[in-house]
Design a protein around this ligand. Structure first.
Ligand SMILES: Cc1cc2nc3c(=O)[nH]c(=O)nc-3n(C[C@H](O)[C@H](O)[C@H](O)COP(=O)(O)OP(=O)(O)OC[C@H]3O[C@@H](n4cnc5c(N)ncnc54)[C@H](O)[C@@H]3O)c2cc1C
Ligand code: SF4
Ligand code: SF4
Length: 326
């Protein structure tokens, strides 16, 4: 099987790239599980109005995929990469041998597992949820299971902006998804007290007015708690103000952010690519990596939302087209 472009990863970025180039190049997309990536687990956050969460961009993309003109191999693990002359030779675990002029890594990011945040009660204390658990649960009505809580706290930057843990970057999406989840909770349970602990709010730009409206309905507290304990059946948050402050809640939602996916780490290493300080594949502009002929896009090269991943993939597609034409 010989192609102009092999795309590794069938999330929003890989699919957008394939969609943009399908009429111009011979494209193959290899996905290790099923198409859609992280976006396929995100729920709609509309209350009585759309909250512009961006998930509709993915739904539109999925609709187009039904009529796709590019080739796809799903449930395929790549077992080896080699370069012969200016072509890449790839083998899959099912024995397919693929030759391609160019490669794009679109292997994405993953939410940090909440058990890694044990200082904040993650994986250790009851009723400590990750933003990811709630995101995934929106389609299954998780919000209704919060009806018995009278007070709840969001803790931002729980999994990011931590240089000690080599996650000094901002995950870009968590301030916005947390505010939208807060709006869903306030909509269903107006009497619930919601405190929102943050460092700074990444809600400038797109749809900012709506997000500031949501922010007005909850209590913004510009502190990040350093510890969570269970005391008398409630969750006690400890933070510094004038001395140690303690506030008690029924439940917590930790914004876990994004980390490079195992596929991104492994594929980057196998291809000998450079990584940035957060462990994402380093992009040198327009998707170029440290290896000639290998491009990167989407959250494989850093956190971003669906709309930005789509826009970036379209830019990378035009650069690939320019390079391929010589
Ligand atoms: C908790 C959380 C909440 C979010 N909420 C929002 C939101 O409300 N709105 C919004 O716009 N964005 C949100 N995002 C961001 C959004 O999920 C991403 O922008 C989007 O999924 C990026 O798509 P991608 O294709 O780059 O990566 P991914 O979605 O991660 O897709 C990568 C794909 O590559 C595949 N893959 C990995 N390794 C290999 C391999 N070795 N071989 C083959 N295939 C491989 C994976 O199976 C996956 O299908 C959120 C992200 C998180 C973590
Ligand atoms: S953008 Fe988000 S909130 Fe609005 S309708 Fe689409 S999925 Fe729902
Ligand atoms: S998006 Fe918000 S919560 Fe997430 S890392 Fe950035 S500042 Fe922190």
């Amino acid at each position: 099987m010989e192609y102009d472009l092999l795309i590794i990863g069938g999330g929003v970025a890989g699919l957008t790239l394939a969609q943009t180039l399908q009429d111009r190049l011979k494209v193959l997309l290899v996905e290790e599980s099923s198409l859609g990536g992280v976006a396929s687990s995100l729920g709609c956050k509309a209350t009585d109005e759309c909250l512009s969460c961006g998930v509709c961009h993915f739904v539109d993309l999925k609709r187009e995929i039904v009529f796709r003109k590019f080739n796809v191999l799903t449930d395929r693990k790549i077992t080896s990469f080699a370069k012969s002359g200016n072509k890449f030779q790839i083998k899959t675990e099912k024995g397919e041998e693929i030759t391609s002029q160019l490669l794009t890594v679109a292997t994405g990011a993953a939410p940090l597992e909440v058990k890694n945040l044990s200082r904040l009660g993650g994986g250790k204390l009851p009723r400590v949820y990750s933003g990811w658990d709630v995101e995934k649960g929106l389609n299954e009505g998780i919000i209704s299971s919060f009806r018995d809580f009278s007070s709840l706290a969001f803790i931002q930057c729980a999994g990011s902006r931590n240089f000690k843990e080599k996650r000094g970057y901002c995950s870009q999406v968590c301030c916005r998804y947390a505010l939208r989840i807060a709006e869903n909770l306030k909509f269903s349970f107006p009497q619930m007290n919601i405190d929102f602990y943050y460092m700074d709010l990444q809600i400038l730009g797109k749809k900012k007015e709506k997000l500031w409206e949501i922010a007005d309905k909850i209590n913004l507290i510009r502190h990040l708690p350093y510890e969570v304990k269970e005391e008398e059946g409630r969750l006690s948050l400890l933070f510094e103000e004038q001395g140690v402050e303690r506030k008690k809640y029924d439940a917590l939602i930790l914004s876990v952010g994004m980390v490079p996916s195992p596929g991104t780490q492994q594929t980057g290493k196998r291809l000998g690519l450079n990584f940035d300080s957060g462990g994402f594949i380093k992009s040198y502009g327009q998707g170029h990596t440290s290896c000639e002929g290998v491009f990167v896009c989407g959250t494989a090269c850093g956190p971003k939302d669906i709309e930005t991943a789509r826009e970036e993939a379209q830019i990378v597609a035009e650069e690939i087209w320019r390079v391929r034409r010589g």
